[in-house]
Structures are given as C-alpha cells and as structure tokens.
Design a protein around this ligand. Structure first.
Ligand SMILES: Nc1ncnc2c1ncn2[C@@H]1O[C@H](COP(=O)(O)OP(=O)(O)OP(=O)(O)O)[C@@H](O)[C@H]1O
Length: 584
C-alpha cells in the first residue's frame, strides 16, 4: 500500500516536473523568437548596432534559460530528483504533451539540457533523456508550405521581380527593376550553362528571410523535376534604400553563405524543422547539425552532432587518433580519419612560453562564440561528460590523453570518460597545405591567409599567434583560424613601430633592447617570424604588405573605437551585381 502511494506521488511529481520544464521551454522559445523577429526591424532601420546587440542577447539567452529552468525543476522535485524512476516518468510525461508544439525536437533537447545538469548525467541515459531514436527526422506535416513556388514560365526577370516584391521591407527598394534585370541575367546565364537538359520548372523561395549582420538573404532553389539547386539572393540596405547585392548560385557559393565560420542567422520560422528540410535539399553535403547551428539553434545542432558521431561510430571501425600537423601546446587534438571533425581536450599543464590558464583558454573560446566570426573563425561545440569505447582509441592517443590531460580524461574498464572537449570541423592545417600542394594552389591559400587577417582585423579580432599552423583550409578553399588561446581584440593590443636602432646598440642579439609590454605587438616582425616559403614571400608582401605595418592595425583600432561596424559578406567583390562601382 505504502509502495503504491509512493508510485502515485511520483507520477504526480513527474507531471509537475515535466510541466515545469515545458513552461520554461515555452518562455525561452518566446524570448528567442522575440529577439529573432527584431532582425527585420533592425535591417529596415539600418540599426546595425542594435542587430549586434540582439545577436549577443540571443546567444546568451540559452545559458540563463537552462539555469533558471534547472532551479525551478529542482524546486519542484526536491530530494526526489535523485530517483531514477521519477526521471524516466518525467521524460514520458514531457513527451506526451509535445504534439501541439511546432518545434518538438528543440523541446526535447532543452529537456535534456535541463535534466542532464540537474541529475549530473555522465554519458547518455536513454531512459531518462531523449536520444536519436526519439527524434523524428522529417518535419511534422500540416500547415501551408514554408516556401513559395514561382513557375519559371515567362521571363526570369518577372519572376525575380515578383520574389523581391513579395519579400518587400518597410524601407523601399532603391531600384527593384534594375535589380531584377541584373539578377535575371545572372540566373539565365547559370541555367544555360547547366549540364542538366531538363528545363528549370520553378524558383522556390523560403518565406522567412535570413538576417545576419548587415545582410538579408532570400534562400531558394531552382527545381528541375525532383532535383534542386540553390539560389540565394543577398540584399543590403544602404542610404537610398534596399538593393540586391548578389545572386549566389550553385552548391559551392551557397555553402559559403551557410559556413560553420559565420555567425548564426536570425530566421523567424514557425517550424524550424521545415526550414531545415528545405536547406537539406540545396545543401545535401552539409551535416544536419551544421544547418541547425546556422539558424541559431546551436544547442540542438550540438545534440545532433553528438548523434551523428554515435551513428558514425556504429557503422565504422576506425580509431580516434592524433590529428595531422604540429602538436598543440594547449590542446590535444584528435580525430577519426573517416569523419571530418576534430576533438580538442585541454592539457593539464602548458609548457612555457604559454602562460595562460585553463580558464583563460575557455574564456577565449567563449569570446569567439559571442563575436562576429566573419567567415574566418571555426565554430566550436563544447561537450561535457562524454563516454567512448576504449577500443576506438589508438594506444598512443590514449596514452597521451591520460598522461597530459588526466584531469579531463580517464579510463574505467573498457570505457574512456572525457569530462570536457571542443568539437569542430576538421580542415587542412595551412602549414601542411602549403607544403604539400603545388605552388599555385599554395600561393592562393597564402593570399587568402592575408585576406583572413584583414577580415579578422576588420571585425576587431587579432589572432595573437599568426603562425600558419594555427590556420586551416576548408573544403571550399577558404583559410580560417582555429587556435584561440592567444586571440584578442584588435582594440586591446598595442601595435608598435620597431624603434630605430640606437647608435650604441650592440649588434642585434635577437633580444630587444627596448621595453616590450605584455600587449605590445610589432607587425614589422611578422614576416621574419612567419617563416613563409621563400618563393611565395614576394607575392604575399605585394598583396598584403600593409598588414606588416603598425599603421594598418592602428587604423583598424581607430575605426573600431569610432564604432564602425564592418560586415564581411559571404561572397567576393566580383560576385556583386554592380561590382567595380563601389558600395552604396
Ligand atoms: N579544426 C581543425 N582541423 C584540423 N586540424 C586541426 C584543427 N584544429 C587544430 N588542428 C590541429 O591540431 C593542432 C593543434 O591545435 P590548436 O592550434 O588549436 O592547439 P593549441 O594547443 O592551442 O596550439 P598552440 O600550441 O599553437 O597554441 C594544429 O596545429 C592542427 O595541426
């Protein structure tokens, strides 16, 4: 009897607990949407500072919401939180009431975040939290479609004009007719050049607009039978009105728009899973995790990444091993050869000259998370309490993990527990890339490395350590940065000219005879220190010589201090419809 009433009270507690998390999630989602919706107003008002503040506010929302939800749930459950049966009941209760939500997959991830923290879950407990089998892969049906189809019968110009008009803003278009004409010319040329003999039947465009920084993007596809190709219309708003800046066609260009090195879009979507399903048709090579992350559901994206990893491990047999390239002094970096993700575990101790602490390293990763990544900084997902099979680790990697990161990694029986790691996309380390590729490919990469430094400077980021080993080359051939422990704001550095040698100086001994402060940076020394291959040095200096002067960096500081917001767009100058005519 006693036993039964215990079960009953548990059932009731489970209901209350589930209801508490459900309400917390609903209010989190409402806030998320509220901020997301403001992106349109910011674009219309050209309020870029406001847009930046919104992006930050939205990024910070989650941690607070999960903490609040956790303390409320703790209040509801009290000491019963320790009971595993209650946890299982609560999961079932939570799931039961999800049917009427347009975003059940996000709700389940939220539930996991809150309960994992509260229960201190290590590894995964499928009875008390949602796992991949609980998550539907196709969006819930019902409601009007998330995109509009425009048949490509008459002229493409009329179609593009209709698309732009239908997505109009409260701010006027500067010259909608000219935009449509220029865009149609690009589209028609692209369609004519296609190998596909079937006629293009329609342009299908997502109803929600994708906002990021100073840009607004209409995301669509050309439909030919059952096959799709991406079409992205990039809009800007400058003085004089809104205009179409570029039409991005094909998988390569669209992929750069959705890159894992960009900040997250603000997309007002009722059912995120429908937007994701659409994106998958035009970016089939992008993992589902990255797509969720790209539209700002980064915690759900991270959960999906974990599931992708588990599924991948289940169908492969290769082992985790040290990543190619120079060893990090701060991180142990490992990868699975068959999966293009790297995992970074912080070492227990850093050899000199590194004088940062573990906490400072983590703060740098947190800074990158909040900062504009400008298409040049890899997005990293932070994981806690992972468990893997010991047999999947190469012995030398496991040995190094235990010897050098024993505070984070431990072995129990046939399992490896990792308390904390960052996961990020694997790219080709630039030092290896330049050494291994032909001279022209290497030269292009080196020039893009210079451009990466400029893009980072324009967005107030100084990488700290400019060595090529800290940069990588993506699938689309772009150079990006991944080593954050010395990264800082341009405005926090002191860029100095090298003092002219004094007459009484002894012959240069390698040590400066003038005072060097902790934040001092001498750009004139970069070249000597970078060790660029001899045959490429001239090309680099010709294209990017100004980066090697303190004056360049001080100019950047002045712009940032004046409040200039620079947006690095995900396409080249030559791709702009009116390129060569300057912006605005
Ligand atoms: N995203 C990535 N893709 C491929 N390889 C990577 C990636 N991130 C890191 N690596 C490899 O791991 C090495 C160490 O990584 P990272 O530079 O992040 O560590 P670190 O300990 O901070 O390095 P440092 O000692 O320069 O501060 C890199 O030089 C590179 O070879």
């Amino acid at each position: 009897m006693l036993h039964e009433s215990h079960a009953e009270s548990h059932a009731e507690l489970a209901q209350w607990g589930a209801a508490s998390v459900r309400e917390s999630f609903a209010s989190y989602q409402a806030e998320f949407k509220h901020i997301t919706r403001r992106a349109r107003l910011r674009f219309e008002a050209r309020d870029w500072r406001g847009a930046q503040a919104d992006a930050l506010e939205r990024l910070e929302l989650r941690t607070r919401a999960v903490a609040r939800a956790g303390s409320e749930l703790r209040g509801v459950l009290g000491t019963a939180a320790a009971d595993p049966v209650l946890r299982e009941q609560m999961k079932a209760e939570f799931e039961r009431e999800l049917a009427d939500r347009p975003d059940p997959e996000l709700a389940k991830t939220f539930f996991n975040s809150v309960t994992r923290r509260l229960f201190g879950t290590v590894g995964v407990n499928p009875r008390a939290e949602f796992v991949s089998a609980d998550v539907e892969t196709s969006p819930a049906a019902g409601g009007p479609p998330v995109h509009t189809a425009y048949p490509l019968q008459g002229s493409s110009e009329a179609v593009i004009r209709a698309i732009l008009a239908e997505h109009a803003f409260t701010a006027p278009f500067r010259d909608l007719g000219a935009d449509a004409r220029l865009a149609a010319a690009e589209l028609d040329a692209h369609l004519r050049a296609s190998d596909d003999p079937r006629p293009a039947e329609a342009l299908e465009v997502l109803k929600p607009v994708f906002f990021r920084g100073k840009g607004a993007y209409l995301v669509g596809r050309v439909r030919r039978g059952a096959s799709f190709a991406p079409v992205v219309l990039a809009l800007l708003h400058e003085e004089g009105g809104v205009f179409l800046d570029a039409v991005l066609l094909g998988a390569h260009d669209a992929s750069i728009v959705f890159s894992f090195t960009r900040s997250y879009f603000h997309v007002d979507a009722e059912r995120p899973s429908e937007v994701i399903a659409f994106l998958r048709t035009i970016l089939p090579q992008k993992p589902l995790s990255e797509l969720y992350i790209a539209i700002g559901h980064n915690k759900h994206g991270k959960t999906v990444l974990y599931r992708e990893l588990v599924a991948h491990l289940a169908r492969t047999t290769d082992r985790f091993e040290l990543a190619r390239g120079d060893r990090g002094m701060v991180m142990i970096v490992f990868t699975l050869p068959s999966l293009d993700v790297v995992f970074k575990v912080i070492r227990d101790r850093f050899a000199p000259p590194k004088n940062v602490t573990r906490q400072e390293v983590m703060q740098k990763y947190a800074l990158v998370f909040r900062h504009d990544r400008a298409g040049r900084l890899v997005d990293a997902q932070e994981f806690e309490h992972l468990v893997f099979d010991r047999s999947r680790f190469a012995p030398e990697l496991l040995q190094e993990l235990l010897a050098e990161s024993g505070d984070t990694a431990r072995v129990e029986g046939d399992r490896v527990f990792i308390r904390h790691l960052y996961a990020e996309r694997r790219v080709s380390p630039l030092n290896l890339f330049i050494r291994e590729r032909d001279e022209w490919t290497a030269r292009d990469a080196l020039l893009d490395y210079g451009q990466a430094l400029r893009d980072l400077a324009a967005t107030n980021t100084f990488p700290g350590d400019l060595l090529l080993k800290n940069f990588g080359v993506t699938r689309t051939g772009r150079v990006i940065f991944y080593d954050y422990d010395e990264l800082c704001l341009v405005t926090d550095c002191n860029f100095r000219d090298l003092p002219a040698p004094r007459d009484d100086d002894e012959a240069w001994s390698g040590e400066p005879t003038f005072y060097v402060g902790e934040d001092d940076v001498f750009p004139e020394e970069f070249l000597a220190f970078l060790g660029l291959p001899e045959q490429l040095r001239g090309a680099f200096v010709a294209a990017h010589g100004e980066i090697l002067t303190a004056a360049f960096w001080r100019r950047m500081q002045a712009r940032h201090r004046a409040g200039d917001i620079v947006d690095i767009f995900p396409y080249r100058e030559a791709q702009r419809l009116r390129h060569g005519r300057g912006r605005g």
